[in-house]
Design a protein. Structure first.
Length: 297
């Protein structure tokens, strides 16, 4: 296998890497050695353990995005202030690496008012826009911390982050609702909860306890409770982000299952939604970052 370069998506909890030949994936590997599990002196060993089978005598460029560039990461890649192109500056070189690799980290984006930051999503946005050079609209990137991003003339103009995914996990696993929320799904319960909370988001806290009460009094199915919890939280998010998605050209970049959930909620409100694969967008964005690195070498 002739690895030309290595693409890396290094988040808080996971590390994913791809052996690349141009824009073609030769191999893929991943592990749970995310940023949160590593000290600064442990990043290189974690990466080499994952990719050593792809390395030869000549040094290979490693282009990484995500939390690997945070203050607690392998090397800090300072944020770029918006408005700005998703990838507008040369990735930061990691000093003192193993001679078999040259490692670079893509900077994230920041917004001063209201205060907000992103790491990793900028690479997905760049990858998405790489095949849509004149695309203007709003991109939703659902996840633990969902991003809503306004894009115009190839630049990120503004963005907002919502901790909806983290709230879902905290409430479902560490609150009183852990006794009522289980696995499975109920489409009708989800769409009803989205609509109810979108129309009256101020009642969110009451609706949440209603999930526990419905279990105690009526034996509500745990799968229904899970869908209603998700619908209530996403409904509140959509109420807050209405200016972002109402009447806008809208794209969702994320994991297939979560993108489908968001698309369902938005389509219920009459929004036209395009979905894109997060991995493909990430690889296309990292390829852009690699090109920028080579042009300035």
């Amino acid at each position: 296998m002739n690895t030309e370069w290595i693409a890396v998506d290094w988040g808080t909890s996971h590390l994913r890497a791809w052996a690349m030949q141009g824009d073609t994936v030769l191999d893929h590997a991943q592990c749970d050695r995310g940023m949160a599990t590593l000290g600064r002196d442990q990043f290189q060993n974690a990466l080499l353990t994952l990719i050593q089978g792809w390395l030869g005598a000549a040094p290979v460029d490693v282009i990484a995005c995500g939390m690997v560039g945070a203050r607690q990461g392998w090397v800090e890649a300072p944020y770029v202030a918006v408005p700005a192109k998703p990838i507008s500056t040369v990735p930061v070189r990691v000093p003192g690496t193993d001679p078999r690799i040259r490692a670079f980290v893509v900077p994230g984006l920041k917004q001063d008012d209201p205060a907000d930051v992103m790491r990793g999503e900028e690479t997905q946005i760049a990858g998405y826009l790489s095949t849509r050079p004149h695309w203007d609209g709003v991109i939703c990137l659902p996840g633990t911390h969902t991003k809503w991003v306004q894009v115009s003339a190839g630049e990120v103009v503004s963005f907002r982050t919502f901790m909806t995914g983290e709230l879902f996990d905290l409430l479902g696993q560490h609150s009183v609702l852990k006794h009522s929320v289980g696995e499975g799904w109920d489409d009708e319960a989800f769409t009803t909860a989205v609509a109810d909370t979108l129309s009256k988001p101020e009642q969110l806290a009451g609706r949440l306890f209603g999930l526990r009460a419905a279990d105690l009094l009526h034996g509500q199915d745990p799968a229904t409770a899970r869908a209603r919890l998700s619908g209530a939280l996403i409904g509140a998010e959509l109420a807050a982000t209405r200016p972002y998605w109402l009447g806008q050209q809208l794209a969702i970049i994320g994991a297939e299952a979560l993108s489908h959930i968001y698309a369902t909620a938005l389509q219920q409100q009459g929004a036209f939604v395009e979905t894109a694969d997060a991995t493909q967008a990430t690889l296309a964005g990292l390829l852009q970052a690699r090109t920028l690195t080579r042009q300035t070498a």
